[in-house]
Design a protein around this ligand. Structure first.
Ligand code: JHZ
Ligand code: SAH
Ligand code: ZN
Length: 406
């Protein structure tokens, strides 16, 4: 098996077995044929890029019915408002600046840019969420970004000062085409800024559910720098972010265009010291994950034997890996509540647990809630104080299986 970036040899270190498309929620009346693939992960022995061994065709994941909404968390709405403000203040200050966002989803970030009257374009292949962005005044192109898309944007709109992508770049196996596109689109002094789940956090927290079809890559400073260099780009800044269970925001500029910050060297050194991409480190991660699976299944089986009820909270993409890897179905978790309209009234992919609206959570409260949206724990626990007051407990499963009692 060869590295998708450099053709180096891949060292496989974890296999989660047969998995469905994580955001393919099933209609109970018309289940159709579900698509499954082998969710296995490896690390490149040459460039240290962690990647899936098998890829799901992009049209199976990102289409008009793609359900995920960036605006589903108040913390994330604030995160993107702050980021937009920073781009406006630091990078979009010249005459008639232009910013392109890859994977703009429902326009949560670009709405702030649009409100400031700054020229922008969101590139978003999933039609349903792209329509939501357009409805809030964001200029969107319904397309997959790649080299050809970039050339046509450049021809029509001219060069961009900033290309930005959140939780999108790691979803794209064909980074070669993306980097060519960014090189075409970006003005000479412009920056490519992207943020994605950080390998260092995934390993440290054993957050194995960050691994699913859409997350084709798990980036680190080491692997991103190597990838960027192949295309004449330099890693000039890194910033660790608390969102989504730990991410890094990377800034790339053309080689020689900007001086790298001290943070870049610091993170590279830390990754080296931690031996982040070493087979032994990643095998140890895989071992911890198997322990979490056994612990979670034991806990849920024990609770069922005692007659306790457990609901899921947040029908996340991440939950597909947990449910299908652990073999958890409606017998152990009879329902999952979620605020996303396009997930409600459907069944979770592969595991077929009904997804209901948030009102189902309190009707009546379960004894336990399995928090699949653990990355939003603070926000969710703060608004579910009545569950706690009713004596409910939260179940978390990273970095270990543990209970948070009311
Ligand atoms: P959340 C998705 O992952 C898919 P998911 C994708 N691949 C990715 O990388 C990240 O997003 C960015 C619901 N919810 O953010 C809404 C409540 O019900 O952890 C969502 O369905 N009540 C693009 O799906 C889910 O939980 C609430 O109060 O793992 C959260 O999904 C809140 C805050 C959320 O991402
Ligand atoms: N940036 C948002 C949305 C992340 S969801 C956030 O952080 O919340 C990932 C998005 O990337 C999806 O909306 C998906 O349709 C989009 N996407 C997938 N492949 C893409 C590509 N090649 N070009 C642009 N967007 C893409
Ligand atoms: Zn490689």
């Amino acid at each position: 098996m060869a590295c998708r970036i450099c053709s180096g040899r891949l060292h496989p270190f974890a296999d989660f077995g047969r998995q469905p498309v994580s955001d393919a929620f099933v209609l109970p009346a018309d289940p159709g044929e579900e698509f499954f693939f082998d969710l296995a992960v490896g690390v490149c022995e040459s460039c240290a890029m962690v990647q899936l061994l098998h890829e799901v065709p992009r049209e199976r994941m990102f289409h008009d019915g793609y359900p995920y909404l960036s605006s589903g968390s108040a913390v994330m709405r604030e995160h993107f408002r702050a980021l937009a403000g920073r781009l406006l203040a630091t990078e979009l200050t010249g005459p008639d600046p232009f910013v392109v966002e890859l994977g703009c989803n429902d326009g949560t970030m670009l709405a702030t840019i649009a409100a400031a009257g700054v020229r922008h374009l969101g590139v978003e292949p999933s039609g349903g969420v792209a329509d939501l962005a357009a409805a809030r005044g964001v200029r969107v192109r319904k397309d997959f970004f790649e080299a050809a898309t970039a050339a046509s944007i450049r021809a029509f709109d001219g060069p961009a000062d900033v290309v930005y992508a959140a939780n999108t770049l790691c979803h794209i196996p064909y980074l070669d085409s993306i980097m060519k596109g960014v090189a075409t689109l970006l003005r000479p002094g412009g920056v490519f800024v992207f943020e994605d789940p950080y390998l260092g956090d995934v390993v440290e927290r054993a957050s194995f559910d960050q691994i699913y079809d859409e997350h084709f890559y798990l980036f680190s400073a080491t692997s991103v720098r190597a990838m960027a260099r192949r295309h004449g780009f330099e890693l000039v800044d890194v910033e660790r972010l608390p969102v989504h269970g730990g991410e890094v925001r990377y800034t790339l500029a053309r080689e020689g265009a900007r001086t790298p910050t001290a943070a870049v060297a610091e993170l590279l050194v830390a990754e080296e010291a931690a031996e982040l991409a070493a087979p032994a480190t990643l095998s140890a991660f895989a071992g911890r994950v198997a322990g979490i699976r056994d612990g979670l299944v034991d806990l849920l089986t024990g609770l069922r034997a005692r007659g306790a009820t457990v609901y899921g909270y947040g029908a996340t993409a991440k939950s597909a890996t947990v449910l299908n890897y652990c073999g958890i179905g409606p017998g152990l978790v009879p329902l999952i509540c979620d605020t996303t309209p396009a997930k409600q009234g459907r069944l979770t992919p592969g595991s077929h647990i009904p997804v209901l609206g948030p009102e189902a959570f309190a009707d009546p409260y379960p004894d336990y809630a399995l928090l699949f949206a653990w990355n939003h724990a603070e926000e969710i626990m703060a608004k579910e104080t009545a569950f706690r007051d009713a004596g409910g407990s939260w179940i978390l499963y990273v970095p270990d299986v543990y209970l948070v009692r009311g």
